[in-house]
Ligand binder design. Structure first.
Ligand code: GLN
Length: 446
């Protein structure tokens, strides 16, 4: 029944919202029937889910929203997809995104523009824009996104849903098409915190196929949603309520802090002094890693292959020139430059050093506080087309989410009011592997 509902809703609204790139109705129905016959039980059993299109799914086209993978049919499932199958969820299709997860508005998809369900003239955020919009508009109750610099939290905030970036290493990246491997994490997008915790429980765990996945015991995140935050110590970085953050966003965060105070928590202002270097550091490191990761798209091994090439080098060049979009090319060029000999020390190495300082800022604060709270984004969702031609303004949108990826800690965005008729998000950040506290606070506030 749930799968039926999901396809009905998709048929009714996806023409407007355009969240899905590929639907897999036949398979989904078959799976649902088999599941019903099996008599299996479990909290996620039979729940429809949408998967971001940079997570590989055997037998379902996986494009990462790029033309270079327009005809790519993976021969295996990502670890998270296998885990979801074990948990009994049913994948209904693949969700739109910025090409290779590079962007903050889903406008960099080479296929279609996803629209924000709250206002079809606005972006849904990105890069997991399809994943957030599909949940917000009720096409699926659950989706998976990926977050390298904010790509789960920022679209969750723009679409008024709940999105968590887990601790780096918490969830296997095996089968996630790599963007920046030292930052990428897969995470859940849902309509409420409890669902989110259940979905995370299903996908966590060490994986022999991903050496960066961490061997920490699984936990019952959903079992810890007590509503109790008495005595909780909250840090509010002054940089997160500073310049560039809209007045309404600030007010919504202060109002949320009042709610938590009312529940017995306390808060104080702190500083994350190096977070101002976050955007610059991120774009150097993420682009450097991307330039290396995307070298595999050569026209030989996967997807698109240019025609009429004169020789092998020409084949590489033509395939990549035709297959990648502008933003991807921009990142490859920036990353290749930053890694080239003679510039390496000045850019890549320097950025690594600053990353260490940013991480230390978080560790210092977590010595005296349980969570860090601020807004997810400086403003609500902007209009489609408004800043797409201005990459630096687009990059600045990630100023509050990026430091969390650089530090490797977990962060969630939960809805916290409206500005201009559009939803806003409250960001709650925790210690490494302390998703439990993050969820508990998010749930108490929600
Ligand atoms: N918007 C950021 C970027 O363009 C973050 C993307 C992400 O988290 N995948 O790189």
């Amino acid at each position: 029944d749930l799968v039926d509902e999901s396809f009905k809703r998709i048929a009714a609204v996806d023409g407007d919202v355009q969240a899905f790139l590929t639907l897999d109705e036949e398979n989904a129905r078959k799976q649902a029937e088999e599941l019903q016959k099996s008599g299996k039980t479990g909290i996620l059993n039979g729940v429809p889910i949408g998967v971001k299109d940079n997570i590989v799914t055997k037998g379902i086209r996986t494009t990462a929203a790029s033309q270079i993978l327009h005809n790519f049919d993976p021969i295996y499932d990502a670890t998270v997809v296998n885990k979801l199958r074990e948990a009994g969820t049913i994948t209904v299709g693949k969700l739109n995104m910025d090409e290779f997860a590079m962007g903050s508005s889903t406008e960099n998809s080479s296929y279609q523009k996803t629209r924000n369900p709250w206002n079809l003239d606005r972006v849904p955020g990105g890069s997991s824009g399809g994943s957030a919009a599909a949940v917000a508009v009720g096409e699926v109750p659950f989706s998976l996104g990926s977050d390298t610099g904010g790509s789960i939290r920022q679209p969750a905030s723009f679409c008024g849903v709940v999105g968590l970036k887990p601790t780096y290493g918490r969830v296997s990246r095996f089968g996630l098409i790599a963007f920046a491997s030292s930052l990428d994490q897969i995470g859940p997008i849902t309509r409420n915190v409890e669902d989110n915790a259940h979905l995370l429980e299903a996908i966590v765990g060490v994986d022999p196929h991903d050496s960066t996945s961490a061997n920490v015991p699984g936990e019952s995140f959903a079992g810890n949603l007590t509503g109790d935050v008495k005595g909780l110590r909250i840090a509010v970085p002054k940089e997160y309520l500073g310049e560039g953050v809209s007045e309404e966003v600030k007010q919504s965060v202060l109002a949320a802090l009042k709610v938590l105070e009312g529940l017995g928590a306390t808060w104080e202002e702190v500083s994350l002094p190096h977070s101002k270097y976050g955007v610059a550091t991120y774009y150097l490191l993420a682009s450097s890693e991307a330039s290396s990761n995307l070298a595999r798209f050569d026209g030989i091994r996967y997807g698109y292959r240019a025609e009429n090439a004169e020789n092998l080098i020409d084949l590489y060049k033509k395939t990549r020139a035709e297959g990648f979009g502008d933003e991807v090319k921009r990142r490859i060029m920036l990353g290749t430059f930053a890694l080239s000999s003679g510039y390496y020390d000045a850019y890549y190495k320097k950025a690594q050093q600053v990353r260490t300082l940013i991480k230390k800022d978080f560790e210092d604060v977590f010595e005296s506080y349980d969570v860090i709270i601020g807004p997810t984004t400086p403003t609500p969702a902007f209009k489609i087309g408004e800043i797409i031609d201005d990459p630096l303004t687009m990059y600045a949108n990630d100023i509050l989410t990026i430091p969390v990826n650089l530090a490797g800690v977990p962060g969630i965005s939960v809805p916290c009011g409206f500005s201009d008729g559009m939803p806003l998000g409250l960001q709650i950040i925790g210690r490494h592997f302390d998703e439990k506290t993050v969820y508990r606070v998010a749930h108490a506030y929600e």
